[in-house]
Design a protein around this ligand. Structure first.
Ligand code: SAH
Length: 196
């Protein structure tokens, strides 16, 4: 397949915000992802009380699921609407505070303290701000990143990983000539060159 057909395609942050406003969020699933259920033991690897990162988190229900298992969850999402819908749909009280290191960014944290969602661009984060993670659930994240930003995204993710952390990545296999994305087509060869 001609993977170059999507190389120049860009979805702007404004377009993502509009998708949320219009309710054009077919990517959101009410049920936990079957692949997380299948591979959760690989993610956890017998460990408890992990710090788990959800890049480009939307209002993914798996955040609640992992938090309920006793892990601490950190997400990042550009849409404040998405973040607020997450907390309200799970009836979770939260508080909201500015992030001093990132102008305009806010952090929404469940009152219980185990779910923290940063409302900003992922490219504004660093391990100095959010620390490092024992596990990553990347569904609808790498495949939503604009192809021109993939290298930057992968470098950041590697930087946010603790030694011995596990990274579960979901991609979508299809003919990139037939759909302009997102989700974008990310072939396995590219995943190898991005993450080694
Ligand atoms: N992972 C989620 C959402 C996938 S859709 C799920 O499984 O349901 C991708 C999400 O990334 C959208 O909610 C979009 O608003 C958000 N997003 C896009 N670009 C972003 C960026 N640069 N930083 C943070 N969030 C971003």
């Amino acid at each position: 397949p001609d993977v170059w057909s999507q190389k120049e395609r860009v979805v702007t942050e404004e377009e993502w915000l509009q998708k949320w406003e219009m309710g054009n969020i077919g990517f959101h699933k009410e049920q936990g992802h079957p692949l997380l259920q299948k591979y959760v033991d690989v993610l956890l690897n017998g460990r408890s009380g992990l710090k788990i990162f959800f890049p480009l988190c939307g209002k993914a229900v798996e955040m609640k699921w992992l938090a309920d298992m006793g892990h601490s969850v950190v997400g990042v999402e550009i849409s404040e609407q998405a973040v607020k819908e997450f907390f309200s749909e799970h009836s979770l009280p939260y508080c909201e505070e500015p992030v001093p290191e990132i102008s305009g960014a806010k952090m929404f944290q469940s009152t219980s303290g185990n779910i923290s969602l940063y409302c900003c661009s992922i490219y504004d984060l660093s391990s100095l701000i959010v620390g490092k993670f024992d596990g990553v659930w990347d569904r609808g994240a790498l495949v939503a990143v604009n192809p021109c930003d993939r290298q930057r995204y992968a470098s950041l993710m590697i930087n946010l990983m603790e030694k011995n952390s596990s990274y579960l990545l979901v991609t979508v296999s299809y003919d990139p000539n037939k759909h302009k994305g997102p989700p974008f087509y990310v072939p396995e060869s590219e995943i190898k060159s991005l993450f080694g």
